[in-house]
Design a protein around this ligand. Structure first.
Ligand SMILES: NC(=O)C1=CN([C@@H]2O[C@H](COP(=O)(O)OP(=O)(O)OC[C@H]3O[C@@H](n4cnc5c(N)ncnc54)[C@H](O)[C@@H]3O)[C@@H](O)[C@H]2O)C=CC1
Ligand SMILES: CCCCC/C=C\C=C\C(=O)C/C=C\C/C=C\CCCC(=O)O
Length: 314
């Protein structure tokens, strides 16, 4: 049967949409800022990108591994990826919740595209085993999302273990698996930090320290001059207060509890959908290496790109 080009284009677009494949370049919400974002301690004005020149990364049949994804942002990132045709291994310490979500997503997107695994990111063995199990099911991983996190100033060592070391170890597992110079297919590592990783917050200082550490780790890997030959990219998402369970703080979890409540209310709270939008902008861009996206209630999605390396000329 012969179709005219416009009929063919209509059919292909409709089919792509059924499979959740984006058919148009996303319109980035990033506007060129008149001055650097207050959440970015670096000069960003000359590094701002609109991504107009970037081609979206096709997520169809890409394989993602997401930590801390039985609820909140991780669950929402997982669904957004599935919705665009990716396969997702989502993991958490909350097994019954995770299994419930797995059932819902399997019914909606197909059992062959969804896997839930128990994974405690504070345990090296648990992380390594679940990563291995995900590779066994899906063959390989293209996208690692280190999302698991807690905010609890009364559990300092847990917080550093989960928010920082868990994300570092998750990144390193992904690097070793993905790097092309060691037989991998390349891939993307996204670390979920926070605006609290870019600016001091006096009522959650140790949470801040864990997120500052993660931003430092991201920047270091992003500036690795061997990334392109390894086929690796590193992106970092920094949301501000977002409407998830992490904000349901008990008094002992924060310093200056009332100040924290008041300041949060004053600054405003992101909707989860807004953070997902920023996340998709990052993973769908052809090259997100070195990018840091901030998402705040007042300034929306700010997309900045940093100079690659201060050492590249050495
Ligand atoms: N909601 C917010 O205001 C913001 C959150 N973030 C970050 O986003 C990430 C996701 O947090 P939300 O979804 O907001 O909170 P959430 O509390 O709803 O979700 C966190 C998830 O991490 C899991 N988790 C906790 N310890 C774990 C461990 N040892 N191993 C594996 N999973 C574990 C929890 O079971 C939960 O499912 C965190 O890294 C958080 O720091 C960043 C900026 C703002
Ligand atoms: C009810 C208060 C809870 C505060 C602590 C709990 C979780 C916090 C998670 C975060 O990652 C918070 C994120 C950012 C705080 C830092 C700065 C906010 C300023 C950004 C803005 O302008 O909105």
């Amino acid at each position: 049967m012969n179709f005219t080009p416009s009929v063919l284009s209509f059919i292909l677009t409709a089919e792509a949409e059924v499979y959740g494949i984006p058919t148009k370049k996303p319109k980035f919400h990033q506007q060129v800022q008149p001055s650097p974002s207050p959440w970015s301690p670096w000069k960003v004005s000359e590094n701002i990108v609109t991504c107009e020149n970037n081609i979206i990364m096709q997520l169809f049949n890409r394989v993602a591994f997401v930590t801390g994804a039985a609820q909140g942002l991780g669950k929402a990132f997982s669904e957004a990826l599935l919705n665009r045709g990716a396969k997702v291994c989502f993991t958490d310490i909350q097994v019954s919740k995770g299994k419930e979500v797995e059932k819902t997503y399997s019914d909606k997107y197909g059992q062959d595209r969804v896997l839930f695994l128990h994974c405690d990111v504070s345990s090296s063995a648990s992380l390594a085993n679940s990563f291995k199990d995900a590779v066994s099911k899906f063959g390989h991983i293209d996208l690692m999302v280190n999302n698991a996190g807690i905010a609890d100033e009364s559990r300092l060592r847990d917080m550093v273990n989960i928010n920082l070391i868990g994300a570092i170890e998750g990144s390193m597992l992904a690097v070793e698996h993905m790097r092309k110079d060691k037989g991998g297919k390349g891939g993307v590592v996204i670390n979920i930090a926070s605006t609290a990783g870019l600016t001091g917050v006096y009522f959650v200082p140790s949470y801040c320290a864990s997120k500052f550490g993660l931003v430092g780790f991201h920047l270091s890997w992003a500036s690795n001059p061997y990334n392109s030959q390894m086929g690796l990219q590193f992106g970092c998402l920094c949301p501000a207060f977002t409407d998830t369970d992490i904000l349901n703080q008990k008094e002992k979890q924060m310093l200056y509890f009332e100040d924290g409540q008041r300041i949060t209310k004053h600054l405003g709270i992101n909707r989860v959908e807004k953070v997902v939008q920023g996340f998709l902008q990052m993973v769908e861009s052809e090259n997100c290496n070195g990018d840091i996206i901030t998402i705040t209630a007042k300034e929306d999605i700010q997309y900045s790109r940093r100079a690659s390396s201060k050492m590249s000329h050495l």
